[in-house]
Design a protein around this ligand. Structure first.
Ligand code: 13P
Length: 336
């Protein structure tokens, strides 16, 4: 695939007023979410839940792509239509999570490095045949007393860049996600510093691995106060710090940046994105690739009664998509 084709996929992912829904929870992560609501984590329930999400009427109006998990990209609706076909018919690009999750970083207690490079070329080729147009790899960076170490940042960024190069070879747009966790009592400045160092390292690694930025999407965490920090930054402070940090570290050539929600409430995630876009224009479109902030309301409803609440759950997905789509344009208004 040519760079022009990768570029046009990347641009479609961040088309004006559109963003991404992340439904790529591994079986162990979705089990935690199901357990909390008393839903059995069977393959059929996982399939039925993802069918509810992906068949939401009008989803493609504000959603450009959905990130799937290995099991999900192979599944179909109850009526037998492959999820990838449902998505393409709705104008939603299929994406796939390809990392194998974070593992302890040897020699650095408390730090992790994301694994999954072994055999990745073959897996990417298979995902391309199954219809994947973009992929996701998430690195996890923890802020702590002596963390993150430079080694942890470098190891994770090296893996992200190796992954991104393999994606482009396979004709798949890499979404590179270095997530700085919100856990901890650190303040906004600490998050800014770690985010800036990480992004600089990431773009250095992408350059070294000959990754074409025109066909790459950054999935970033916002610059935000730690969850247990006593002094919580305001919406405008988060938006201003995030945009400043991105401008300091992300090349303007990149086609777009999408954010993860990372444990923010639905409203916070939307308000922060909206505030950033009201401060624009910026060098890149800023949009969303939310997991929890797109799904949590719908999952709660669906879990209560899968049949009776099916349509109501879909309505909340459509509503979250619409609100985040407006925030991607800086046109969202908080409900009175
Ligand atoms: P959250 O929006 O729930 O953080 O999930 C996004 C995601 O895909 C994390 O990798």
């Amino acid at each position: 695939m040519s760079i022009e084709q990768l570029e046009s996929i990347a641009q479609a992912m961040v088309a004006p007023g559109k963003g991404i829904i992340a439904i790529d929870e591994s079986n162990s992560t979705i089990k935690k979410r199901f357990d909390a609501l008393g839903v059995d984590c069977t393959e059929e329930n996982r399939r039925a839940y993802r069918e509810m999400l992906l068949t939401t009427p009008g989803l493609g109006e504000h959603i450009s792509g959905a990130i799937l998990y290995d099991e999900t990209i192979r599944q179909s609706t109850r009526a037998g239509v492959p999820f990838t076909k449902v998505m393409l018919d709705a104008g939603i690009l299929p994406g796939i999570k390809v990392d194998k999750g974070p593992q302890p970083l040897a020699g650095f207690p408390g730090e992790v490095v994301t694994e999954g490079l072994d055999g990745l070329r073959e897996r990417l080729n298979e995902y391309a045949r199954l219809g994947a147009k973009f992929a996701k790899w998430r690195a996890v960076i923890n802020i702590g007393e002596d963390a993150p170490s430079g080694t942890c940042i470098e190891a994770n960024c090296h893996a992200l860049a190796r992954y991104a190069a393999l994606c482009q070879e396979a004709g798949i747009v890499p979404m590179v996600e270095p997530e700085i966790l919100m856990d901890g009592d650190h303040d906004l400045e600490a998050c800014y510093d770690v985010t800036e160092v990480t992004l600089r390292s990431l773009f250095g690694s992408l350059y070294e691995q000959n990754v074409m930025l025109e066909g790459t999407i950054l999935k970033a965490s916002m610059v935000i106060s730690g969850k247990t920090c006593v002094d919580q930054a305001s919406t405008d402070e988060v938006a201003e710090a995030t945009v400043r940090c991105l401008k300091a570290a992300v090349p303007a050539l990149l086609p777009g940046i999408v954010f993860l929600s990372g444990g923010q409430s639905d409203e916070q995630a939307t308000a922060h994105l909206n505030a950033m876009n009201q401060m624009g224009p910026h060098p890149w479109p800023l949009s969303f690739s939310y997991g929890r902030a797109m799904q949590q309301a719908a999952l709660k409803l669906w879990a209560k009664d899968m049949q009776a609440n099916f349509a109501a759950a879909q309505k909340t997905v459509a509503q979250r998509a619409k609100e985040n789509g407006l925030a991607a344009l800086g046109q969202w208004k908080k409900a009175a």
